[in-house]
Design a protein around this ligand. Structure first.
Ligand code: SF4
Length: 351
């Protein structure tokens, strides 16, 4: 068990700075992390790189975070989505005692502020009524992370997290309450969970669970300490030589452009075949976000599909338009170059 350190927020602000571009995975303009430190301690987690001590050693309990957030939201547009997705799981074991996540959701609910929350823990079901109400009054989306449906591999990769099947059951239960649900295939790890059959099995399980959408991204190896941790995982789950990873990462923090492109295409083809959305579908957030955010997301999501389907020029136009509109330019000069122009204008005219 981790040490729990009851604390007050020491940062100037509990919310991140407003993002310079909208987050197309989590629909967010701001990020919020509740606890600092994560007792689940998945070895592939990026959060290990923040701080000198082990991620799962101490969990800081930010007693005044809900009140601090309430004050900060005075200056936040009510259509900007807050993503509780960063640095720690909001429903890790500490939540059973301290309920900081529940209090935070109550603050967001009072203000009808849209939010998206990412968790692996079925404890989120204890707040199901609150989340259902939040989504009826505005927008509340719940996502979970899945690496594999193979329980033996999951045990080796993230032994302290609830089993994958349990996470999907939790999403099915939330979906029944009308709460939109998504799955983050995070991270896709070369030679570990990226085979065609593994990816197909995971996506089929998502469809069977009734999830509204999936997203995915690839294992990040930001520094040498993290590289050693990744090498330990690889030694546990496989026998291939480390040079395989060198060929894909070329010493960089992320996978090569060609690996990313090939997997993106493969995954998008599987999603299309399963009629599964590869980004949050518009129907989930239509009319529930600030108009400029909604338009920017529609463009970013379209740009992703354009790029995967080889329409690079159109993708660039859509990405540029998304940035301009999110930044407040509601009359971008090249909007007419986009086939989405009528839909975007209709959204922006709502303002
Ligand atoms: S549960 Fe999430 S935040 Fe916690 S260690 Fe695992 S991946 Fe990181």
């Amino acid at each position: 068990m981790a040490n729990y350190l009851r604390d007050f927020v020491s940062k100037a602000s509990v919310l991140s700075a407003r993002r310079p571009t909208i987050n197309e995975f989590f629909l967010s303009a701001y990020t919020l992390s509740i606890y600092t430190g994560c007792e689940i301690g998945c070895p592939y987690c990026d959060s290990w790189i923040f701080g000198d001590r082990p991620l799962n050693e101490t969990v800081h309990i930010p007693l005044d975070l809900p009140q601090r957030l309430d004050a900060e939201l005075e200056a936040v547009n009510p259509g900007d989505l807050i993503a509780i997705t960063a640095l720690s799981d909001p429903y890790q074991a500490a939540e059973q005692t301290y309920r900081i996540t529940r209090q935070t959701l109550q603050v967001l609910a009072k203000r009808k502020q849209p939010c998206l929350l990412l968790t692996k823990s079925a404890s989120v079901m204890e707040d199901a009524d609150l989340l259902q109400r939040m989504n009826q009054d505005g927008l509340a989306i719940i996502m979970t992370t899945l690496l594999t449906m193979d329980p033996h591999l999951a045990e080796k990769l993230e032994g302290k997290a609830p089993p994958p099947a349990m996470r999907l059951e939790m999403l099915t239960a939330l979906k029944r309450l009308g709460v939109p649900v998504g799955v983050a295939l995070l991270p896709i790890m070369p030679y570990v969970n990226d085979t065609q059959s593994a990816l197909r099995t995971t996506l089929r399980a998502c469809v069977a669970a009734g999830v509204d959408f999936v997203i995915w991204d690839y294992l990040h190896i930001p520094n040498e300490r993290h590289r050693s941790r990744v090498n330990e995982i690889l030694a546990r789950v496989s026998t291939f030589p480390h040079s395989y990873y060198r060929d894909i990462y070329h010493g960089q923090a992320t996978v090569s452009a060609s690996y990313r492109h090939d997997r993106d295409v493969e995954l998008q083809i599987y999603c299309d075949g399963l009629n599964l959305e590869s980004r949050a579908p518009h129907r989930i957030y239509a009319g529930k976000l600030r108009a400029t955010n909604e338009a920017a997301l529609l463009l970013r999501h379209s740009a992703f599909r354009d790029r995967v389907h080889g329409r690079e020029q159109v993708a660039n136009i859509h990405r540029r338009l998304a940035e301009q509109i999110y930044a407040g330019d509601t009359q971008p000069a090249n909007l007419r170059e986009s086939s989405l122009a009528p839909a975007i204008r209709a959204i922006l005219n709502r303002q």
